[in-house]
Design a protein around this ligand. Structure first.
Ligand code: ADP
Length: 546
């Protein structure tokens, strides 16, 4: 209940402090209205009780002030608000249509009128506030200083539980659905529905009930599926259901250790140690070396849900306004917290902010994101991955944003041994394919020695292409199949040596190596012995072992 109370108090304070215009973007009109009504009639919270008066384009002004002429016109409604003589909160639905939504031209008369009455509302002897309630967030530039955006969080555990209890109660009376749930199982169902709005949660429960005429613990799956669908519809977030775990990743031991030590850090027991919940990591480095892989594997290691945010889509303008998209994404991640929010290729959204020429939207969203990173109280762990770091804004890299910035370099000899092992073990399961070939130290070192400068993705290709050789000749695979491919293969690091050197120089000052000291030192020795070229002679990132 605590959370709801916070929300009430925050809104009440805004009303009390005479904020003239608040903007709440949500589909959950009923929830907002009942919250406003409960605040408006609670003297302890708001001091002066206020009437709640609503306006819609279809009905005009409703409630107490009704009957004062036709107020379906928005301008007329604003005049009425201007002259209203009692303490009141006006809730205006769908005003985004006047603010220049979806290609419409903004209604300048309305915007001007709002600016005119802003000061009057602040100074009126009777406290009056206006709340804009819309499913989308549109803020005309001219009103940015007058309107305060209020985030309306998704329902809490208790609010969703209430819905479920109500549904169960109704069903008990009709007796149509058999409910088979212990209190603990009920909580699991509710948890599965976190991240949905109240009506979405209600629909999901209802669907789970009608599907087989009963409600049981097995319906957790149904609810999760439903939630996945709903979140997918936002087109910016995606639930990543990955079965990858840390053993599927060769090398990067330093990063793995850091992550392992932060497992369960969002629990109360960690707080007892005086530990803050970790904010997140930025993982940069050479493409194809396992950044995405490790992001997915954290979910299994920590047993937390993983949401992937498509930052490119946020700024594409295809699905709603960028600002609103970012808020929604953050809200969803918070609603299902503890959770992991993975921002893949973060540079796509936040690079070159100054030159984007989009009227400052990108900078504003970026600012909002940074503040959220810095101040977030909910345990949402952010993993940001980036290939092209040179254009990332420096603010993002400042201390206090991410807990650590890791650099993933070309794999060292020892890491390549591990990567070969992962991919060979994954594919060589059938004895007819494997034949006499053994995944042993000798073979692994032999292959690792032939693949200096290869990234993980290229090593995977070596394994696949080697298998093709054997498949084509309808025989089991041999070491020389793989050796042949290694020798033919020209890794990208050869052609992109300059770029790699560039990102290493960047990383040397700013990032910690994902590869631990023991792997790096061994690497250098073997490297010298083998007389390998420049690309492997230096490494990026500082050596700090966790
Ligand atoms: P990026 O660093 O560009 O995000 P990915 O994580 O997408 O790279 O790696 C691409 C593919 O290459 C992976 O799906 C995996 O098969 C292989 N790969 C890359 N790095 C590793 C690694 N360290 N261990 C095992 N496989 C790897």
């Amino acid at each position: 209940m605590e959370k709801k109370f916070d929300r009430e108090k925050l809104m009440a304070n805004l009303f009390k402090a005479r904020f003239p215009f608040l903007y709440i973007a949500t589909w959950e009109e009923d929830r907002v209205l009942s919250l406003i009504e409960s605040i408006a009639s609670n003297q302890a919270l708001i001091k002066t009780e206020r009437k709640v008066i609503t306006w819609k384009i279809t009905t005009g002004i409703e409630g107490e002030a009704n009957g004062k002429g036709d107020t379906k016109s928005a301008l007329k409604a604003l005049e009425l608000i201007e002259n209203y003589q009692e303490p009141a909160i006006f809730v205006l639905h769908d005003f985004h249509i006047y603010f220049g939504d979806e290609g419409r031209t903004p209604d300048h008369q309305i915007i001007r009128k709002l600016r005119d009455i802003s000061l009057k509302l602040k100074r009126s002897p009777n406290p009056k506030n206006v709340v804009f309630l819309s499913p989308v967030l549109r803020l005309p530039h001219d009103l940015e200083k007058d309107i305060t955006i209020v985030d309306f969080d998704l329902p809490t555990f208790h609010e969703i539980k209430q819905i479920l209890d109500d549904l169960i109660e109704v069903n008990k009376q009709t007796g149509r659905i058999a409910v088979n749930l212990s209190e603990e199982e009920k909580e699991k169902l509710v948890k599965a529905a976190l991240g949905l709005t109240l009506s979405e949660a209600e629909n999901a429960f209802a669907r789970a009930m009608v599907e087989d005429g009963q409600l049981s613990i097995h319906d957790v799956e149904v609810i999760l599926k439903e939630k996945e669908q709903i979140i997918k519809k936002t087109e910016i977030l995606e639930f990543v259901n990955s079965h990858l775990n840390m053993d599927d990743i060769g090398g990067l031991e330093n990063l793995k250790r850091w992550l392992r030590k932060r497992n369960k850090s969002w629990l109360e027991s960690a707080q007892k140690y005086g530990l803050p919940a970790p904010k997140g990591v930025l993982i940069t480095g050479v493409p194809g070396c396992g950044k995405s892989l490790i992001s997915k594997a954290i979910s299994a290691m920590w047993q937390l849900p993983l949401l992937r945010l498509d930052i490119g889509k946020i700024f594409s303008g295809i699905v709603g306004s960028s600002e609103e998209n970012m808020r929604k994404a953050v809200q969803t991640a918070e609603a299902i917290a503890p959770s992991i929010l993975w921002i893949d290729e973060i540079e796509k959204g936040f690079s070159g902010l100054n030159s984007s020429g989009d009227g400052g939207t990108a900078s504003r969203i970026f600012g909002h994101f940074l503040t959220w990173m810095q101040e977030k109280e909910k345990p949402v762990f952010v993993i940001a991955t980036a290939n092209n770091i040179s254009s990332l804004p420096t603010e993002l890299l400042r201390k206090g944003r991410f807990d650590e910035i890791f650099f993933v370099d070309l794999p060292t000899h020892r890491e390549r041994v591990e990567i070969f092992k992962v991919h060979l073990q994954k594919r060589l399961k059938d004895p007819n394919v494997t034949g006499d070939f053994q995944i042993n130290d000798n073979n692994l070192h032999q292959l690792a020695g032939l693949t200096e400068g290869f990234v993980g993705a290229e090593i995977e290709q070596v394994v696949i292409n080697g298998l093709f050789e054997a498949f084509y000749e309808e025989r089991s695979v041999t070491l020389s199949d793989f050796e042949k491919i290694c020798k033919q293969f020209i890794p990208l690091s050869v052609t992109q040596a300059e770029q790699i050197k560039g990102i290493r120089d960047w990383a040397n000052v700013r990032a910690v190596a994902a590869t631990p000291r023991e792997d790096r030192e061994e690497y250098t020795e073997s490297n010298e012995a083998a007389g390998i070229g420049d690309i492997m002679a230096s490494r990026g990132g500082r050596t700090i072992d966790f």
